[in-house]
Design a protein around this ligand. Structure first.
Ligand code: AMP
Length: 422
């Protein structure tokens, strides 16, 4: 079978890497891909949001399965358009993907179906959003409702920061149209965990847990990013907790989406805060997380391709999911300045040396190949991923590999996995 993976980040490199191991697959294409996917797939120079061109490519090349990495094309309706043409594609429809595309929609569903989440109010009026802070003084979270590449969430310690956040999102339009509406919600304390599941609309198959590191700097300081590293499993997420999340959060959500006429097929990603009062939902995403996918897929033993197909066919109840017992850690190497301004086009060295270390896979994110050289081309550049008997040994191997890689202006966190290993 010919498979097309859409996207060009670390998540997509990990997906291509995993899919390439399936005996069912003959050819893999990645649109647009990066220098890493080019080593195992044929890169196709079509951007992830060019749906018409992707559709034409899939029809012409007899693609048997398309797997969508990023949220943007899902929210734009790529799945609906492929399905209309009778093409097999893995991911939720536009109506289902609104769970990620609109935080207002997502919070309203959680409220309607009584799912545990932070208390919140939504605003379309800038003045009313500002007025909210006449009565609220304590820590609070202000979120742009639309898609903002994981960056439209501002954690505020007091009313002054809250007012600044409303200005940034609604007045300065730092996240564009995503900030036409805001969600202002209770600040939750606790440890975060990401739980991803395959869904065929009725049945859920939960993956092992993973923990993301969103903040740019060590000790969870600095601005939020798309993710600076991740590890799997997250031992805090016990089997009992897992069952609770499945039965009280994820399954009710799937059945709620069905009742709303938005049957959910694809990856359901629940971002959770484990609070003193139990797990609460921070957000739902409609796709694999980046970078959580990297440490998860290096641990996944099962062939992933039949699982994608089962989600499309509604036969997920006939499958299970096997995991390697090892732990894994992914350290994101970013360009200096990310998530703010950063330079591109820097030559990367040491990739082969790092990738040759035992139990290490270097997933590319923002890279491109030019004249035989690998250059940086994005904020998050690489996801150096290692497995080990336990988290501390995976951390050691990942950072050893990181130390072999060089370019002018590297930034990475030195403490990925610290919560798990302490
Ligand atoms: P989201 O995109 O909504 O998951 O938010 C991005 C990140 O902001 C989360 O991974 C958390 O680290 C943080 N965050 C979001 N909502 C809250 C909240 N209500 N309380 C505390 N932290 C939050």
């Amino acid at each position: 079978m010919r498979v097309l993976v859409i996207g060009g980040g670390g998540r997509e490199h990990a997906l291509v890497w995993k899919i390439s191991q399936s005996p069912k697959v003959t050819d893999i294409y990645c649109a647009p891909g990066n220098a890493g996917t080019a080593e195992i797939a044929k890169n196709v120079p079509i951007a992830a949001d060019q749906i018409d061109q992707l559709l034409e490519f899939a029809e012409k090349n007899e693609i048997g399965l398309t797997v969508v990495g990023p949220e943007q094309p899902l929210v734009m309706g790529i799945v609906d358009q492929f399905q209309e043409k009778g093409l097999r594609i893995f991911g939720p429809t536009a109506l289902a993907a609104e769970l990620e595309g609109s935080k207002v929609f997502s919070k309203d569903i959680m409220k309607k179906y009584d799912l545990p989440t932070a208390e919140y109010e939504t605003f379309t009026s800038y003045d009313l959003a500002r007025k909210y802070f006449d009565k609220e003084t304590g820590p609070i979270v202000v979120k742009a409702s639309g898609l903002a590449a994981g960056k439209g969430v501002i954690l505020c310690q007091n009313a002054e920061e809250g007012l600044n956040a409303v200005d940034t999102i609604m007045k300065d339009k730092s996240f564009g149209e995503a900030g036409d509406q805001v969600v202002i919600e209770e600040f939750l304390e606790g440890q975060e965990v990401s739980v991803l599941a395959f869904s065929d609309g009725n049945t859920l198959l939960l993956m092992d847990s993973a923990e993301d590191h969103k903040a740019a700097l060590d000790g969870d300081k600095g601005p939020n990013t798309g993710g600076m590293g991740a590890c799997s499993p997250a031992p805090i997420f016990t089997d009992i907790m897992r069952q609770k999340v499945r039965d009280k959060i994820m399954l009710p959500l799937i059945s709620a989406m069905k009742s709303e006429g938005r049957s959910y097929q694809g990856i359901l990603y629940a971002g959770l805060m484990l609070t003193r009062h139990g797990p609460k939902i921070l957000e739902f995403n409609a796709r694999f997380g980046d970078p959580e996918t990297q440490p998860l897929l290096v641990r996944m033993e099962s062939d992933i391709v039949p699982l994608f197909e089962a989600c499309i066919d509604g036969t997920l109840d006939q499958y299970d999911l096997k995991w390697k017992p090892e732990s894994s850690v992914c350290v994101v190497m970013a360009a200096k300045g990310y998530p703010g301004y950063y330079e591109k086009g820097k030559e990367i060295s040491g990739l082969a040396e790092a990738g040759a270390l035992p139990d290490v896979t270097v997933f590319h994110s923002g890279t491109k190949e030019e004249g035989g050289k690998v250059l940086t081309s994005g904020g998050r550049v690489l996801g150096v991923t290692a497995t080990g008997a336990d988290t501390p040994s995976a951390i050691k191997k990942a950072y050893e590999a990181v130390s072999k890689i060089q370019w002018d202006g590297i930034h990475y966190r030195k403490d990925i996995g610290y919560r798990v290993s302490n």
